[in-house]
Design a protein around this ligand. Structure first.
Ligand code: DAH
Length: 348
């Protein structure tokens, strides 16, 4: 082999290295290629044996060419080896990845309690009829709960409300409101007529729990004051409210009654939803169920808040929200509202 032949072989081997090394896809393939380029039986290694046939002056040149070839190929191999090793490592990491996140446990979303829903629906209904919504405190004074409502101390009508007193101030002065009627007084003290408000809220009585009574319950109070308000306005209001809330087929009626803060006073009934008026055990065969009290605001109440009873008249009403809900949804025991049994609550 002549020097020229050796050089041309090395050139072609280098050319092969240049194109093939970068094309290798795995470390194994790269190793095999390395053997074929630099191994003992590789063409470039075999040329060494031909050196002894060369002219002594040519030998260093052939050695240099071989060294340059080896260096060039080694650099390329190292670079490619590093690339493939890095890619292999990245792939191993990707494959070894373990997903330690857990599927989240869905939490059931709550919703408003049935009484809160009834309250909101009634508020909306009255707002639609031009009323505003008012609120008052649940811990009241004797003045607002009784006295300003035309029940001076030791008035016999006070016994209509079994009262829970709070151990605060003079004995008997602070109490848990027995009805929402004190809000009437607070509203009138702060406003001038004409006005139309509803006041929903929680009330308390020293009552024994039975199917229709609970020591804690809710009422909605209504009050309309202005010039020339009549009993006809009251009856019409209750009737349109009844139809709007209970739907067609259910109507209202008024019966004479007594409340110290209204004169005349009435109780209003609606058609029994269970028998639709024909008479059943729920309504004691009368076909009607009592919903609440109402009447024309007593002149003494107007005087207690500084209104002139010669100038204005008004009507008021109050009813229990639990009773409304029991009627509307056929719930036989008031306790269901306070038990907080989700099987009950989820139905609404
Ligand atoms: N406050 C009365 C009660 O709890 C209900 C009531 C009756 C409210 C007549 C009124 C009314 O506003 O005019 O028994």
């Amino acid at each position: 082999m002549s020097l020229a032949e050796i050089e041309s072989l090395l050139t072609s081997e280098q050319h092969r290295a240049d194109t093939e090394i970068v094309a290798m896809r795995t470390l194994n393939d790269l190793e095999a290629l390395e053997r074929s380029l630099l191994g003992k039986t590789a063409p470039a290694s075999l040329v060494k044996a031909a050196f002894k046939d060369l002219d002594t002056k040519e030998r260093p040149e052939a050695g240099k060419a071989l060294g340059a070839f080896k260096h060039h190929v080694t650099v390329l191999l190292d670079a490619r080896r590093q690339e493939l090793a890095a890619a292999a490592a990245a792939q191993r990491i990707a494959e070894d990845r373990i997903d330690v996140t857990m599927p989240s446990r869905p939490r059931p979303l709550g919703h408003a309690h049935l009484i809160a829903q009834v309250r909101e629906e009634l508020e909306d209904l009255f707002i639609g009829m031009g009323y505003e919504v008012a609120e008052g405190p649940e811990v009241e004074t004797d003045f607002y709960n009784f006295e300003a409502l035309n029940m001076p101390a030791s008035h016999p009508a006070r016994s209509m409300w079994d009262t829970l007193y709070v151990d605060l101030g003079d004995p008997g002065e602070v109490l848990l409101r027995t009805h929402t009627s004190p809000v009437q007084v607070r509203v009138m003290q702060n406003r001038t007529p004409p006005l139309a408000v509803v006041a929903p809220g929680r009330c308390y009585r020293r009552d024994t729990l039975d199917a229709r009574h609970s020591p804690v319950f809710h009422q909605l109070e209504g009050l309309v004051v202005g010039e020339g308000i009549t009993f006809g306005d009251l009856a019409g209001t209750l009737e349109s409210f009844t139809r709007a809330y209970f739907g067609p087929g259910i109507t209202s009626r008024l019966r004479p009654s007594y409340f110290p803060f209204t004169e005349p006073s009435g109780e209003f009934d609606v058609t029994c939803i269970f028998c639709e008026g024909s008479g059943c055990s729920v309504c004691s065969q009368v076909g009607w169920i009592e919903i609440g009290g109402c009447g024309m605001v007593d002149p003494n109440v107007f005087e207690a808040v500084g209104y002139d009873p010669e100038q204005v008249t008004g009507f008021a009403f109050g009813f229990g929200l639990e009773r409304m809900a029991q009627m509307r949804f056929g719930i036989d025991h008031i306790r269901a509202f306070f038990d907080n049994d989700v099987r009950f609550l989820e139905q609404f």
